[in-house]
Design a protein around this ligand. Sequence first.
Ligand SMILES: [Zn+2]
Length: 260
Amino acid sequence: MRLFDAHNHLHDVQFNNNQHQIMSDCEDVGLIRMVTNGTSELDWEAVSTLAKRYPQIIPSFGLHPWFVHDRSPNWLNLLEQKIDNYDSAVGEIGLDRRKRNLRYNEQEEVFLSQLQLSTERNLPVSIHCIKAWNQIHNLLRDNPIPKRGFLLHGFSGPAEMIKPLTELGAHFSFSGSFAHPKKARHRNIFCKIPTNRLLIETDAPYQPLPDNCTTHPLEEKLNHPANINSAYKIAADCIEIPYEALTDLVEENFLRFFGD
Ligand SMILES: [Zn+2]
């Protein structure tokens, strides 16, 4: 089996330096490439350290909307250096209008400077978007974007945004957490995504799957990237295509978007 995790945070401190065991579990389920996303200046080093150790990891560096207020005056230079020193992607970047106590006004500016870094280098960029679908669509429509398009990770937007975003170059990743009964809307929306734009992700250690779908349980209900196997199965059921057909399709999409 050849599986691909389009979005995780393997370097996260919640994994308690247990990454060696985790990578061995991932190998056992056939997870051969994963995109590990940094979210602020504080964790970029941890991402690059892991990527040096494990060739399965595609490092990705970005400033997440939750951490925009903590950035240093030199953040963009530091990010540019990281991106240019590693064969990396850009992300996780984005817009979030749901989380309380988060100022929105600086998010667009920070998002656009990072989008520009990825566009100038035609790098894959991973985008987090919560309750800002019109804003993200308009920013991506009105600004230069990478030729290869962009990834909307854990896509939870409205069905009517799929077509305009696809036309702009969107790829969409399906999260294993969509198996939760209360996420039926997310599952149904995924059936409408063009199959050549579909990717699968865990977002581990975040977005845990329901207990009955978790093949690799961890303490504190942390998500394990080896649960990707389950995420593929859930996606195959929901899109109603055979598991093997989905793995072929996702491999093709992943390698085209993230490179091989
Ligand atoms: Zn994430």
